[in-house]
Design a protein around this ligand. Structure first.
Ligand code: XMP
Length: 317
């Protein structure tokens, strides 16, 4: 029978033997998988695991600072790299969803490669790949094809030529969470909703500007904090806000306003392949909508997305 305890013991021993005194680089995302992979490797090789946490400027409000702090408290050898400006530059003027994903993927690779070069004689690249990722990449693209497509001009960046270590590649998500809990990782971190790699860029319809990111971060934070206060966060598989590229008319005092519309989305799912919109309490929606409109300058209308997947997707882009 599979137990997290036995998995940790066996994996740490294997990693120690395989890696020895060599150095490993790993990209932390703030998500469950990369964090659990990092803690496993840290147990096995300590400071020889070099973690890099990139701020692409598209994370949730305050997330880069708070998660980086958490990583440091966990004893990880982690470097936070704030590349927000570089990502915003790369995204300037791009409205097409796939165009955004490509720009973000390419920039991430460049930033990560620069950072990896600063570590002397690194031998391995560790990744938090889990079993469903393995299946998907083999069936859809062949292994690693997606990442490579960003860099099919001029060959692979150097970090991608490293030997790959994927300690979670045989595990499902719930097993990853159990392994994380077994190693003492904070429960709140392990219970976090999934968050897409391109972050808020695919929740801002149309082109991205620093101001739009700031507005959406405020709205998203009110929604997510509200879900936590109302004890709804753990009942929802994923939630977030979307900034729509339309203005609508409103009224404030005697003034007519013409400001942005945001949509709130909360879904139930097991794997993200199918999803149902969540029947959130009307009182909660009412309060959240009021708070958003009162507090976030530039937003005068809030709508709730009542579409399931399929045919809608979870993200709007
Ligand atoms: P969709 O919108 O396809 O989303 O129903 C399913 C799940 O995948 C996440 N998602 C992404 N994750 N890069 C990611 O790392 C992406 O480009 C991306 N697009 C969607 C989405 O948040 C949901 O959990």
């Amino acid at each position: 029978e599979w137990t997290p305890e036995a998995f940790v013991d066996m994996t740490v021993a294997d990693l120690k033997e395989k890696i020895g005194d060599d150095k490993v680089v790993l990209g932390l995302s703030g998500g469950v998988d990369s964090t659990v992979a990092a803690v496993l490797l840290h147990k096995a090789i300590g400071k020889n695991l070099y973690c890099i946490f990139v701020n692409n400027g598209l994370l949730r409000k305050g997330e880069f600072e708070s998660v980086l702090d958490q990583y440091k408290h966990m004893g990880l050898n982690v470097k936070g790299v704030d590349a927000s400006a570089r990502f915003l530059d790369a995204l300037a003027g791009i409205s097409d969803p796939e165009g955004k994903r490509k720009a973000i993927g390419k920039t991430f690779i460049e930033v990560f490669d620069d950072e990896a070069h600063l570590i002397q004689e690194v031998k391995y690249l560790a990744q938090g790949t889990i079993y469903p990722d393995v299946i998907e990449s083999i069936s859809v693209n062949g292994p690693s094809a997606t990442i490579k497509s960003h860099h099919n001009v001029g060959g692979l960046p150097d970090f991608m030529k490293l030997k790959v270590v994927e300690p979670l590649r045989m595990l499902f998500k719930d097993e990853v969470r159990r392994v994380g809990a077994e190693m003492g990782i904070d429960k709140e971190l392990l219970g976090r909703h999934p968050f897409p790699g391109p972050g808020l860029a695919i929740r801002i319809l149309g082109d991205i500007t620093a101001e739009k990111v700031r507005v959406l971060q405020e709205v998203d934070a009110i929604f997510i904090e509200g879900l936590k206060e109302w004890m709804l966060y753990d009942k929802v598989w994923q939630a977030g806000a979307i900034l729509l590229p339309v203005n609508s008319v409103g009224v404030m005092g005697d003034e007519r306003t013409y400001e942005k519309v945001v949509a709130l989305r909360a879904v139930e799912s097991t794997d993200g392949m199918t999803a149902d919109w969540v029947n959130l309490p009307y009182e909660f929606l009412q309060k959240t909508s009021n708070t958003i409109i009162n507090r976030v300058k530039g937003v005068n209308r809030v709508v709730y997305d009542i579409s399931s997947k399929p045919p809608a997707t979870i993200e709007w882009e």
